[in-house]
Design a protein around this ligand. Structure first.
Ligand SMILES: *Cc1c(COP(=O)(O)O)cnc(C)c1O
Length: 393
């Protein structure tokens, strides 16, 4: 079985491009050109150079000694938290800003929920001197003031989405509306492995630098490229897609995707999309999403803003449906405890998204000689207030 996208833009039964006709020229141009552009030597050179000198790659693969002792297995942490801007998201925005330049675009739009993708986009727009408009729900603007300030400092315009629940999905609708109205000069930088084909594949390829590095780093440390397991948290699915990519067809490598159970799978306040989701169409692709019996998208909930998404990228829907991936859901409380534990044992404060992945060690046993690579998608600075409130620090 193949876990890569096919020529029609599908992963098994998931994916495709379900878009308004007005958007067709934009998406079609991108579809026709993205692979050719990504394979140009000058593109590769510029991408690699920026990842090295600007983002600070390669990110270390760190053997977590005390965590390994505690859980009696060999745990390596992939340190995406050490990237410029504090998470994996910048790998994708660097790639897409270079793509936009090659396509002759002058203006960048993006959607953002918690503001992490908005900041990563505003950052690369400052770097390249491009106009940047970030759509953000009015409620999120109020909740995420520091990231709004960062985007403004970086020169981006933050436009409030005033419709619906005034959160991420409404911001996405506004961004799509903008793109329809500005088809010629504008590129839309989507922030996860979601959206109409070719976005999920393009974003996955930009993020695949994560597993590309894990392979040679593990070879240096363990004498072999393949671990027994790779673990990553799952929002829309971009950090997991990048961490899994070069292992998708290595059947001896277990792929563990960790979703946010919020207050619990059956509480109605959750974001465990694969377990609770049904097939449907969201943001231009067919995938698993949380919906009411009559097909309305359910408002997701998680303590971590980055996992608070009602759908999951089509590649992950396929990994779930085919059984290639193992899907685990972790509650708010379990994630917070794991975040504090990583801090105490290793001196690393994780983003709450990433804390979900670390909570797997309490739920699932590994063998003493298993090599487990866990992707630390981001650092916890942005979540300090959440940690303070939760633990009454
Ligand atoms: C945005 C974000 C996520 C979730 O997004 P994916 O596309 O699923 O990777 C996870 N971790 C951090 C730190 C984030 O900022």
């Amino acid at each position: 079985m193949s876990y890569n996208v096919n020529e029609k833009g599908y992963y098994g039964e998931f994916g495709g491009a379900f878009i308004p006709e007005m958007l067709y020229p934009n998406v079609e141009t991108l579809r026709q050109q993205y692979l050719t552009i990504m394979e140009e030597p000058s593109f590769k050179e510029e991408f690699d150079q920026l990842l090295k000198d600007y983002v600070g790659r390669p990110s270390p693969l760190y053997f977590a000694n005390r965590l390994s002792k505690k859980y009696n297995t060999k745990i390596y942490i992939k340190r995406e938290d050490l990237n410029h801007t504090g998470a994996h998201k910048v790998n994708n925005t660097i790639g897409q800003i270079l793509m936009a330049k090659r396509l002759g675009k002058k203006r960048i739009i993006a959607e953002t929920g918690a503001g992490q993708h908005g900041v990563a986009t505003a950052t690369v727009c400052a770097l390249m001197g491009m106009d940047c408009i970030v759509y953000m729900g009015e409620i999120d603007i109020a909740r995420q003031a520091p990231n709004v300030a960062r985007m403004k400092m970086l020169g981006a315009k933050v436009r409030p989405a005033l419709s619906g629940s005034k959160t991420l999905k409404d911001a996405t609708n506004e961004a799509i509306r903008d793109w329809i109205n500005n088809p010629v000069d504008t590129h839309y930088i989507i922030g996860s492995a979601i959206g109409p084909h070719p976005y999920p594949d393009m974003v996955t390829r930009f993020q695949s630098v994560i597993s590309e590095e894990i392979k040679w780093q593990l070879k240096e440390k363990e004498g072999k490229e393949n671990p027994d397991y790779v673990i990553a948290c799952l929002g829309g699915g971009s950090n997991a897609a990048g961490a899994f990519y070069h292992y998708l067809h290595e059947e001896n490598v277990g792929l563990i995707a960790v979703e946010a159970a919020g207050k619990g799978i059956n509480t109605g306040e959750s974001a465990a999309t694969s377990v609770l989701g049904k097939e449907g169409i969201i943001h231009g692709c067919k995938t698993l999403l949380m919906q009411t019996p009559d097909g309305q998208i359910t408002e997701p909930y998680s303590i971590s803003a980055g996992l608070d998404y009602p759908g999951v990228g089509p590649m992950h829907a396929h990994l779930y449906k085919s059984g290639r991936g193992e899907f685990i859901s972790i509650t708010d409380d379990e994630a917070m405890a794991a975040g504090l534990e990583l801090t105490k044992l290793e001196g690393i404060i994780p983003a709450i998204e990433s804390s979900h992945a670390f909570a797997v060690f309490e739920q699932r046993k590994f063998n003493p000689d298993d090599i487990v690579v866990i992707n630390l998608s981001g650092r916890g600075d942005k979540d300090l207030q959440n940690y303070i409130d939760y633990f009454k620090l």
